[in-house]
Structure formats: structure tokens, C-alpha cells
Design a protein. Sequence first.
Length: 123
Amino acid sequence: MKLKLKKVRIIIEPLKDTSERWLKALQGKAKSISTEEVITVSSWEILGKILSPPRLQILTMIPVLKPKSISALAKALKKDFKNVYSDAKFLADLGLIELKEEGNRKTLIPIAKFNGIELGLAA
């Protein structure tokens, strides 16, 4: 089964604004229901940590290389396995990639979920 990749939107807004939006949504007063994937961060500093150069490299190379494991990805990138594994787990926890378990040894296969990232500043 081939996944159709889509874009994810990352919004930078103060934590106060995010909390207010969630409160309105929980009260049923949300302005609109969006079906797109959105990640909200509270500062450029946090965004920089999320999208660090090594993590951006992983995000861009997974769809190109289609690695069969995190180990294969690390070898292809000529990076230390431990660092690639840690970054891949972090990106999976954020929902930017998927780590699919396969085989008896439960090999983790990194799979791209998105083919683009759109950044937005909340007004």
C-alpha cells in the first residue's frame, strides 16, 4: 500500500494563544475544523531544535532513500546509529515520520509521512 504524502504545517505562536485555542475547542467554540496536520510550537528557538540540520537531513532523505531500517539510514547518511536512532524516534513522536516494526527482530523502518513542511506565524 502506497501512502499519499501531504504537507504538514508548523505554526509558531505563544503558548497562551495555543492554550486559548484548545480551551475554545474543548468548549465546542472552535472557529473551524481542519483536517490538515498541524504542529504548534511556542518559539523560533523550539522550532530550531525540532528542525535541527541533522533532523532536517533525516526528514528529506527518508523519502529519497526509502531505508529498510534506521541502521540502513544511518549508514547511507554516514552518521552514528545512536544519533540517527534518537532523532528518528523524536521525529516519530512528533508525528513527522512513522517507525514501522517489521520482522522477528522488530526492525524499525522509517517511513515519510509528509513531502513538505509549511511554516506559519500566528497573528
